[in-house]
Design a protein around this ligand. Structure first.
Ligand code: NAD
Length: 414
């Protein structure tokens, strides 16, 4: 049986509902999104033609706080995908116990084929269409696939035209417009921390372990950097254009330098590693695999042939449920996305606090607090997994869903 990412999330939720014995009444409230928005986003392209893009924002749940989630620009963005990712955000913010709900947004577009000026117009128009349902106490966007600090600065600027100077409406901003030190690296740092905790649970460390990393964007490259700094050997990486391998481990700082100076920002052509097809990554043997690109990439067929001991989910929804079952049988430890990639939203929370308090945090404080939150959540997930005899994904869902369910029930609906 094959699952769409949305069906996969529903299945994980149903398992958590069963363990928690959540009433059908509360289940209904947890499953249904609070608000789903689809807007047309027309812009004039550089060639003078009018192009209309479709933009989405799904606000899934606000029981525990303002809704929070990234905005992605990708040709495959659609309402179902955004809705699923919004739901995952609700459980993720609850897993790390920060006072936010869940949301997600996106625009169906091909950003690589657009100029900077066109991307700015697109972002501003999308913000204009959405601004009445955004706000520091309502819904706070952040970067995701193909969006970055510059895009967040445009959102902040556009929103401020309507509502007055308002840095906390968006996170992941450049430091010069109210961003926080350490946000850009935060998801990758969280993936590194999740890796460290997962290995430590088996009395292992990152040093000299071998890693495969799919995706070398924000999440993949920062995770690679921290792992490399702690003695891990990244023996293969891939991006949308191709892959690289090196049995002794790729020199990650050099690769990042190469990528930053490559006009299309790809890793392809790096002279100090062997070129390979990007699809080959999943065929290699290593201790740890970190998927850090798109969802749904670890299918049943891929899982059957994988030769790794750990999977740390940097991407959202990279493993499909039938693959998950095979990995469980193969005793591969899968650290789920709703914990493993929660470092970004956690530091986004610090950024929001910083903006509201108008008091800047130091990088050291950001690192310290992220470390504390990731460790606390990990211990809680492990404790639930051990007590109820569950895999880590189900335990993480039980933790997140349990917290949201409790708040929903206490707040009531009448
Ligand atoms: P990004 O756009 O910075 O990077 C994505 C990377 O994946 C790029 O290197 C791209 O070339 C690569 N890629 C795309 N298709 C590929 C393919 N078929 N094979 C191999 N590589 C491919 O995006 P990001 O922000 O790093 O996000 C990556 C994943 O992490 C997404 O699933 C996103 O939802 C998730 N995530 C991101 C954040 C964040 O803070 N940025 C937080 C939580 C989760």
């Amino acid at each position: 049986m094959s699952f769409s990412p949305l069906e996969a999330t529903k299945l994980y939720l149903s398992k958590a509902f069963k363990v928690l014995e959540i009433s059908p009444r509360i289940q209904k409230l947890l499953l249904t999104p609070y608000r789903e928005i689809k807007v047309e986003v027309p812009i004039e392209r550089d060639n003078g033609e009018i192009e209309i893009y479709m933009g989405y924002r799904v606000q899934h749940n606000n029981a525990r706080g303002p809704m929070k989630g990234g905005i992605r620009y990708h040709p495959e963005v659609d309402g179902e995908e955004v809705s699923n990712l919004a739901s995952l955000m609700t459980w993720k913010t609850a897993v790390v116990n920060i006072p936010f709900g869940g949301a997600k947004g996106g625009i169906t577009c091909a950003p690589r084929e657009m100029s900077e000026r066109e991307l700015e117009k697109l972002t501003r128009r999308f913000t204009e269409r959405l601004h009445i349902v955004l706000g520091p106490d309502i819904d706070i966007p952040a970067p995701d696939v193909n969006t970055n600090a510059q895009v967040m600065a445009w959102i902040m600027d556009e929103y401020s035209k309507y509502c007055g100077y308002c840095p906390p409406v968006v996170t992941g901003k450049p430091v010069a417009v109210g961003g926080i030190e350490g946000r850009e690296e935060a998801t990758g740092r969280g993936v590194f921390l999740a890796t460290k905790h997962a290995l430590a649970a088996n009395q292992e460390t990152i040093e000299n372990k071998t890693f495969l990393i799919q995706g070398f964007g924000n999440v993949g490259s920062w995770a690679a950097k921290f792992i490399h700094e702690h003695g891990g050997k990244i023996i293969a990486v891939s991006d949308a254009f191709g892959g690289l391998s090196h049995p002794q481990g790729i020199d990650i700082p050099k690769l990042i330098h190469y990528q930053n100076n490559n006009p299309n920002r790809s890793i392809v052509g790096f002279p100090e590693a062997d070129a390979m097809e990007k699809e080959k990554l999943f065929q290699l043997s290593a201790d740890v695999l970190i998927p850090a690109a798109l969802g749904g990439v670890i299918t049943k067929e891929i899982a059957q042939n994988l030769n790794v001991r750990y999977i740390i989910e940097g991407a959202n929804g990279p493993t499909l449920p039938d693959a998950d079952e095979i990995l469980f049988q193969k005793e591969v430890i899968v650290v789920p996305d709703i914990y493993a990639n929660a470092g970004g939203v956690t530091v986004s929370y610090f950024e929001w606090v910083q903006n509201i308090q108008r008091f800047a945090w130091t990088h050291q404080k950001v690192v310290q607090e992220l470390d504390r939150i990731m460790e606390k959540a990990w211990k809680k997930i492990r404790e639930i997994a051990a007590r109820k005899n569950l895999d880590l994904r189900t335990a993480a869902f039980v933790l997140g869903v349990g917290r949201v369910g409790k708040t929903v029930a206490l707040r009531g609906i009448t």
